[in-house]
Write a protein that binds this ligand. Sequence first.
Ligand SMILES: Cc1ncc(COP(=O)(O)O)c(C=O)c1O
Length: 410
Amino acid sequence: MTLSITPTCATSKALIVGLLSGAALTVLLTGLFTKVSNKKHKDQENQVNVEEHVETEIVDGVAGLIGNTPLMKIKSLSDATGCLVLGKAEFLNPGGSSKDRVALNMIQTAEEQGILKPHTGSTVFEGTVGSTGISIAMIARAKGYKAWIVMPDDQAVEKYQLLEKLGATVEKVRPVSIVDKKQFVNLARERAANFSHGEAYGYFADQFENEANFQAHYTLTGPEVYRQTGGKIDALVLGAGTGGTLSGITCYLKERVNNLKVFLADPQGSGLFNKVKYNVMYSPTEQEGNRRRHQVDTVVEGIGINRLTQNFEKGRRYIDDAFRVTDEEAIKMSRYLVREDGLFVGSSSAVNCVAAYRTAKQLGPGHVIVTLLNDSGQRHLTKFWSDEYLKAQDIYFELKPEETVHDFVK
Ligand SMILES: Cc1ncc(COP(=O)(O)O)c(C=O)c1O
């Protein structure tokens, strides 16, 4: 007997109906499944987005507030020169200055190297004119360390007060030469060396020579300026104390921006101007018997120095030229920026702005010039911003209502 495999008409009809309904069911189910899985995916997507959103909106403690400062157009100087004069608003950092970046990176680097361990009584020592000390005191508190700050005793009083409020030990010493063992940086080094006991380590931050200072600006501030200007920048103008800011930003930008010019803004009394111009570290006001007031003979705090540091040396080969800025120019510039822009800055920012104006005049209209607004005038109320103090020191310069930047910058 042979079994027939040829379907009858009825069976083939049933088969076709079966196949069609199977296919329809498959399409329906696939559609349904896709819809459900798409919705699930969308929900997941929404959830992920929400989380990402939350993550980007919330910063982690005071350290999370550091950096990414805006780059602002300084209208008065831009209008006066036909250039775009930009100031990076470093005074918006939580500790009030660009030094927050440095303090954070120095402490973080020491932690990564296993030198500092939190909540062990370990103490960060630093010799500073104030800003770095304030930033160190803030980060130290946030991370479980103590801070011991050695400072010259001729700085604005609000800096000592801030340090004390932040819980730092403050040691004020007479300003003397770096070759003296009692100089504030030397003393901080010595205090750290004699401190360690048990788990508690005495860490000398050493901003002048510590590479983490340079790195903070090479890895953060420099890239920020590059991003914010889209790489369209003709000149960078900065003063130098440790030189970390100048070298870090300069090295990053010079590797990427063709024809970038870098100018040093140096206050009177500092030797860096002559070093850049003539390769001789010399300031006439530092001659024996000539020196009057401060470590460097200027009312300006934070920039100007009479020795070469590792952090300055890292970027020195890239500096194209230098401007010397007098106390009179810096004081008048600070008052001018308030009058014209409502911009209240400290003394080193005022020096930077005088040099930025000179750079703009030298390059001519149409150029983009970047400088830093390191800290606010609030840090300088009792010195640079005090008419009484300036009169008592015989360095009072009034900005007359009719005076413009063209009049007071030589
Ligand atoms: C207010 C202020 N501006 C500028 C600077 C100079 O920065 P740097 O030390 O990176 O040269 C300092 C340094 O202490 C400072 O305190």
